[in-house]
Design a protein around this ligand. Structure first.
Ligand code: SF4
Length: 241
């Protein structure tokens, strides 16, 4: 019987999840509970739609002409929660000549997801916070698996675009950002850092899921604050956006 995975949805022309124009596959299921999550409807692994590798690959083949300079990004949810399926899917995508990226929060133990990670062309890795206590406050996890995954990417020289969400009263703290930049500058696998300003765009989904949204009174960082945050990373020698 064919291996199946569970997906939440598909997006034909993604422009913000990796290089170039990308076909984006949103996987169902995530073990984290980030306070600013835009996709709380992806959390339960039991939801979504069951699919086979063949079905997914056949569905995106018509878009091949548009994906020449981009590729396919697997996001979620947490795609690495379905590592065996992700591994098979990436192999099938490579057989068709597509560039592949996994967008992950590194929430899965490395021993469980190593094969899938090694198969992908690159990772978009979201580090929630450097300090375990703050990371737990933001996501429910101390972030140790994400750090182990980043170290594995360094050891194997897997290209990483590192992401970090800047939230007032949590991660919008120049001293904490400097500590993170100092930590990240030691990883030559990081091709760029993307600092993402918190915003309220996903809050309506929490209401739709009857979930309490703790950040309803939080503001978006100002342009000046984001400039200063980016300067800290640039000063550490990192390419930052
Ligand atoms: S890792 Fe992503 S999908 Fe999972 S809870 Fe956090 S923001 Fe949401």
């Amino acid at each position: 019987m064919a291996l199946t995975g569970r997906i939440h949805s598909l997006e034909s022309f993604g422009a913000v999840d990796g290089p170039g124009v990308r076909y984006v596959i949103f996987f169902q299921g995530c073990p984290l509970r980030c306070i600013y999550c835009h996709n709380p409807d992806t959390w339960p692994l039991k939801g979504g739609r069951e699919v086979t590798v063949q079905e997914l690959v056949e569905g995106l083949l018509p878009y091949r002409p548009f994906l020449r300079t981009g590729g396919v990004t697997l996001t979620g949810g947490e795609p690495l929660l379905q590592s065996a399926f992700v591994f098979e899917l990436i192999r099938a995508l490579h057989a068709e000549g597509f560039h592949t990226a996994i967008d992950t929060a590194g929430s899965i133990p490395l021993e469980t997801c190593r094969e899938a990670v090694d198969e992908a062309d690159m990772l978009l890795l979201d580090i929630k916070a450097l300090e375990p206590k703050l990371c737990r406050m933001i996501s429910g996890s101390g972030g140790e698996h994400a750090k182990a995954l980043l170290q594995h990417c360094e050891d194997t020289q897997k290209t990483v675009w590192l992401r970090h969400v800047v939230v007032p009263d949590y991660t919008l703290n120049y001293s904490k950002l400097a500590d993170l930049a100092d930590y990240l500058k030691g990883f030559s696998c990081i091709e760029r850092v993307e600092l993402l300003p918190f915003h309220q765009m996903g809050s309506y989904k929490w209401a739709a899921e009857s979930l309490h949204y703790a950040l309803q009174d939080k503001r978006t960082p100002t342009g000046e604050e984001m400039d200063e945050a980016r300067r800290i990373f640039a000063d550490a020698g990192l390419k930052v956006q």
